[in-house]
Design a protein around this ligand. Structure first.
Ligand SMILES: CNC(=O)[C@H](Cc1ccc(NS(=O)(=O)O)cc1)NC(=O)[C@H](Cc1ccc(O)cc1)NC(=O)OC(C)(C)C
Length: 300
């Protein structure tokens, strides 16, 4: 098993990736295997309560009790504080992100309650709602045509929507209909559409560009309010994106890159973060892409 930190300096990173990839990714496979049991002894008692079972999209992806996001309970009723979502550390704070499953029709209102109660500045969506005929995420936001919908007393209005090659950026205005006098809020929605479930995007450049646009639109928040990142289960693609954001912010610091340690730390908070070995290797390829382009690039 070895240490929980395996740092690699930028000057050694390309050679490190070459060595790990040799013999059909033999050392990548060994390192990824060392992450298998991390966090797995922790409890998921709330997620397993009968009242909460239908709120989980998958039976094997449940939030740990110690890191789950708690909704403000309603009338002290059992289960009303539950959502399948976990706090995840980022470069800037220990709870910089909330990794969440893609809302179900029955949990869409809980999702918006979480965004409002946690004062989230943004939501990053990494899955299409339907992929290969399978439901991956319920559409929890108003289409352009409807412009405004109300979920759990929160009116969500689409203010604008810009479509790029591989992603869409939307801006929603949230107004709490039963908190008179509370100002409306703006929540940015960044929706990446080119990431197949259990896989990786075709090229590193597409996701790196998306990660850069994310940070342009959602700079590290001084108030440390968490950004929601979701896919379908909120572990594979979500974990990969969060790891990449953290690494891209590490580059200007000249600190070493500790991809093993980052994924180790995420898995202490949520199961299966970076769900496949291919995703784990892809994080390395994205970082290589950024480092190779750095000489003619500013920032990260
Ligand atoms: C390999 N697939 C899974 O583990 C998915 C959960 C999941 C995880 C990650 C992702 N990718 S994502 O995080 O990037 O969205 C999608 C779905 N789980 C299911 O489909 C599980 C079955 C399962 C698979 C693997 C396992 O080890 C244990 C149980 N099925 C399941 O939950 O069935 C329902 C939906 C009818 C309740």
């Amino acid at each position: 098993m070895g240490s929980i930190s395996r740092p690699v300096h930028a000057t050694d990173f390309a050679e490190h990736v070459r060595l790990m990839s040799a013999d059909s990714d033999f050392r990548f496979s060994e390192e990824y295997e060392d992450l298998k049991q991390v966090g797995r002894s922790q409890t998921c008692i709330s997620a397993d309560l009968p009242v909460n079972r239908a709120k989980n999209r998958f039976t094997n992806i449940l939030p740990y009790d110690h890191s789950r996001v708690k909704l403000v309970p309603v009338d002290d009723e059992d289960g009303t504080d539950y959502i399948n979502a976990s706090y995840i550390p980022g470069f800037n704070s220990p709870r910089e992100f909330i990794a969440a499953q893609g809302p179900l029709p029955s949990t869409r209102d809980h999702f918006w309650r979480m965004v409002w109660e946690q004062q989230c500045p943004a939501v990053v969506a990494l899955t299409k709602c339907v992929e290969k005929g399978r439901d991956k995420c319920h559409q929890y936001w108003p289409d352009r045509s409807e412009l405004s919908l109300t979920y759990a007393d929160i009116e969500v209005t689409m203010m604008n929507e810009t479509t790029y090659d591989e992603f869409v950026v939307r801006e929603f205005r949230l107004t709490h209909l039963s908190e008179a006098g509370t100002p409306s809020r703006t929540v940015k929605h960044l929706h990446y559409m080119s990431w197949p479930d259990f896989g990786v995007p075709e090229k590193a450049s597409g996701l790196v560009h998306f990660a850069r646009v994310f940070r342009q639109k959602v700079p590290p928040s001084k108030t440390c309010k968490p950004t929601v990142v979701h896919c379908s289960a909120g572990v594979g693609r979500s974990g990969t994106f969060i790891a990449l954001d953290r690494l891209m912010q590490t580059i200007p610091t000249a600190e070493p890159f500790d991809i093993f340690g980052i994924v180790y730390g995420m898995r202490k908070e949520r199961v299966c973060m970076v769900q496949t070995e291919q995703q784990y290797i892809f994080i390395h390829h994205c970082l290589l892409y950024v480092l190779e382009g750095r000489e003619n690039d500013t920032g990260y």
